[in-house]
Design a protein around this ligand. Structure first.
Ligand code: MOS
Length: 774
């Protein structure tokens, strides 16, 4: 093949990206964001007389409540009332998957931070003062902190799950190389900028309105109804936007909303409950830490013939979403590789930590980390670059995943080869080598990270959405969907869809808040699927309305619908512009009494999954991408910088280049944070030690990669994605896994005695110890 000058190739691709960005639509929230005018729960104009609430939570990780004395707190001036489980008119139960989680502890506590009571007062300050006056006696019981301990003690959330393909036992007999080992990946704090919170208001006849910072308005509505013992229709949940979610508000936004509603229910007065950062860090669950073991078998030509893994998921004290997250670990256990013989098992281990929960990638990253560790370990033992093993096993069309789905429109090889050629991997590797041979105290390391990620909720019944579109008589448009805007730009994408179908100015389209009275029975905004599901429903609603409008034109102009086009706010017939404007057309529709509202429903076709066989076709499609990560380690200090992250990313046909690039960059940095610096620590009593930003380091502007190049993959796109624009929310987080191995490669270049460790995050402390390990 004739090789073009690689640097000019890269330059022209990057120019194309930057031109696309210039033309792409800005996030519609950017204007109010930079002016500080965007509204969050804490910005709601509260009614006069609103009460403020603070949660009283368990100071112990496990024990029996012997006595609680609220009297001093209750006597404090300004305290209205303290609510406990005894005040719950319905069920004291908020478990989403299993009914194993009380809203308020009754006789036992199961984790530090477990809610026990809600203090409602005239101000948050008074409520906090009152909290200090509560005394509690707890008879302590033994605590379980790690997943391994839980396994030994037989403490599980549910039965283990296993996926298998082929026959690993037989396959291992044929392997030239077999390696076994253990890995650990720690949890991760969501650190949404807006902490958890809700504001509940009473209405007439015992109806309630809740403004919540939730990814799942219906979950809030449903759970509130259950706890209060009233029908769902009495509760309206409204969400304007979230200051970040990352999965932390998929399930765990619910309790705070329910508590505020409970107090409102009793007091007939509005109640606001917004956690401060300390309370939020202590009371909420995080990404699940995983302790895993693997066995990998390869042939002489580096094909992975067999792979086994056991994942111990640290689920915390209640199920929350753990079983679903565990399932996704199995779905992604072989990442973007084809392995003929697979056996993977996951155990959701019950411990005395806050229930761990959804976090961008939803168990997928934890699974992928393990096979990448296995590959790196194998490569090191065989004495080759892991890149060789990665490359020899990339998924191809018609390969089967362990869960039975046959891979189609696979872009694994395409993103890999494109990344290698566009970014000129050989020269990048040579730069690293040259640098390392000429530098004593600084060493560079490079790693590749390919990703395959399935798009859909793995729980098939959740893959649906609805959109409600009103065209008002002045030609302006209002849109409601189940999509929750949390900074990911989904509202911008929804606006684009409507503006595009009607061919009207963006300013004519308004995206309404997400509200359970306008769009009911919603799935949460999660699983990277929000734009696809809601966007497809919205497309359908807009197309129905456009069709109806075309019928009016067809009658008036005595022509056929096929000859009519709506373009730039005018009606065109046979490609000729008429003088009928969009607004005038809407006027005609009003005169003719034509319905200008439409409600459409979309349910992902094709997908299915049989949990009794652990086989099916759970995903609408897969996302693919490849990253090349380069780091420089300061071998005196143990610190590191990421010089370069170069990515070929399968956007499909991106409908919003700016927003999608933002998602890739943000997710990448969040992934790097998880793998290299964010270290959650509990003491052996289950108390969170990393309970503030002084003890929990997240990536900041100084720790982001010096350079990030993201090139869109050239591809046909996939019709299962909305407008062929692929899901982008979670997958790019997993590029960050490469950061772990890049650092490890730099350490090896400095310290030949270093033995590989698979214990994330690779913090500067660990790097320093590794550099000087004899
Ligand atoms: Mo997301 S981790 O599916 O809320």
């Amino acid at each position: 093949m004739h090789k073009k000058n690689p640097s000019s190739n890269l330059e022209s691709k990057l120019n194309a990206v930057s031109n696309a960005l210039k033309q792409s639509m800005k996030n519609i929230d950017s204007f109010t964001h930079v002016r500080g005018e965007s509204l969050y729960v804490d910005d709601v104009n509260v009614r006069e007389g609103t009460f403020h609430a603070v949660v009283f939570d368990s100071p112990k990780a496990h024990g029996i409540i012997k006595n609680i004395d609220y009297s001093k707190a209750e006597a404090l001036e300004g305290v209205e009332r303290i609510f406990t489980y005894k005040d719950i008119p319905g069920e004291n139960q908020i478990g989403g998957i299993f009914p194993d989680e009380p809203l308020f502890a009754e006789n036992e506590v199961h984790f530090c931070g477990m809610p026990i009571a809600l203090i409602v007062a005239k101000s948050e300050f008074v409520a906090r003062q009152a909290r200090l006056l509560i005394s509690i006696e707890i008879e302590e019981l033994p605590v379980i902190i790690t997943a391994k301990e839980a396994k030994v003690k037989g403490s599980f959330i549910n039965a283990p799950r296993s996926f298998s393909l082929g026959n690993t036992d037989k396959a291992f007999e044929k392997c030239a190389y077999i390696f076994e080992g253990e890995t650990f990946s720690n949890g991760q704090e969501h650190l949404y900028i807006e902490t958890q919170g809700a504001y509940a208001e009473p209405s007439e006849n015992g109806n309630l309105k809740i403004t919540s910072s939730t990814q799942g308005p219906t979950a809030v509505q449903k759970t509130t109804a259950k706890v209060l013992g009233i029908p769902m229709h009495k509760i309206e949940v409204d969400v304007t936007r979230l200051g970040g979610g990352f999965g932390g508000k998929e399930d765990q936004a619910t309790p705070w909303a329910v508590m505020a509603a409970l107090a409102t229910f009793h007091l007939n007065q509005s109640v606001k409950l917004v956690l401060n950062r300390h309370d939020d860090l202590r009371m909420t669950g995080k990404r699940h830490p995983y302790e895993s073991s693997y066995k990998i078998g390869l042939s002489k030509d580096l094909k992975i013939i067999a792979y086994e893994a056991e994942f111990l998921q640290n689920s915390g004290a209640a199920a929350d979403l753990s079983p679903a997250i565990a399932e996704r670990t199995l779905f992604h256990a072989t990442n973007s590789y084809f392995v003929e013989n697979v056996k993977t098992t996951v155990l959701s281990c019950k411990t005395n930590l806050p229930p761990n929960t959804a976090f961008r990638g939803f168990g997928g990253p934890q699974g992928m980390f393990v096979i990448e560790c296995a590959i790196v370990r194998a490569a090191s033992e065989i004495g080759i670059s892991p890149i060789k093993i990665q490359e020899a096993n990339l998924l191809q069309d018609n390969d089967s995943f362990s869960y039975g789905q046959i891979a189609t429109q696979v872009e694994a090889q395409n993103t890999w080869d494109s990344a290698k050629s566009i970014f000129n991997l050989e020269s990048l590797e040579k730069e690293v080598e040259d640098f390392n041979s000429t530098h004593q105290n600084f060493k560079k390391g490079l790693a590749l990270m390919p990703i395959a990620f399935g798009i859909s909720f793995t729980n098939t019944p959740m893959n649906h959405a609805r959109a409600l579109v009103h065209i008002y008589q002045d030609g302006s448009v209002g849109i409601s969907t189940a999509a929750v805007e949390m900074g990911q730009g989904v509202n911008t994408k929804m606006l684009q869809i409507a503006a595009q179908v009607f061919s009207i100015e963006n300013s004519k389209v308004k995206i309404e808040t997400t509200n359970t009275t306008r769009v009911a029975n919603t799935s949460p905004s999660a699983a990277s699927s929000t734009a696809d599901l809601n966007g497809k429903a919205l497309l359908k609603a807009c197309n129905l309305l456009r069709d109806r409008l075309k019928e009016i034109v067809a009658e008036e102009y005595k022509t056929q619908k096929e000859h009519i086009e709506l373009k730039d706010e005018f009606v065109y017939i046979n490609s000729e512009k008429t003088d009928l404007t969009w607004t005038a057309l809407i006027g005609k529709a009003m005169e003719r009494r034509v319905a200008l509202s439409e409600n459409a429903h979309y349910a992902t076709p094709i997908i299915h999954f049989d949990k009794t066989k652990e086989k099916g076709h759970p995903f609408a499609y897969h996302f693919y991408g490849t990253a090349i990560i380069t780091t420089t380690v300061d071998c005196i200090r143990g610190t590191y910088v990421f010089d370069d992250v170069k990515i070929v990313h399968d956007y499909g046909k991106s409908m919003s280049e700016g927003i999608d690039l933002g998602q890739v960059e943000g997710a990448l940095v969040q992934g790097i944070g998880w793998m290299t610096m964010e270290e959650i620590a509990y003491n052996d009593k289950g108390k969170l030690l990393s309970n503030a930003l002084s003890t929990y380091k997240v990536p900041d502007i100084f720790s982001i990669p010096r350079n990030i190049d993201v090139i869109p993959l050239e591809t046909q796109g996939n019709d299962m994605a909305v407008l062929k624009s692929k899901a982008v929310g979670e997958p790019p987080l997993m590029y960050g896994i490469g950061a772990y191995f890049a650092i490890q490669n730099a350490i090896k270049a400095f310290n030949p005695n270093y033995t590989l460790k698979f214990h994330a995050p690779m913090t500067p402390e660990k790097v320093l110890m590794s550099l000087y390990k004899k």
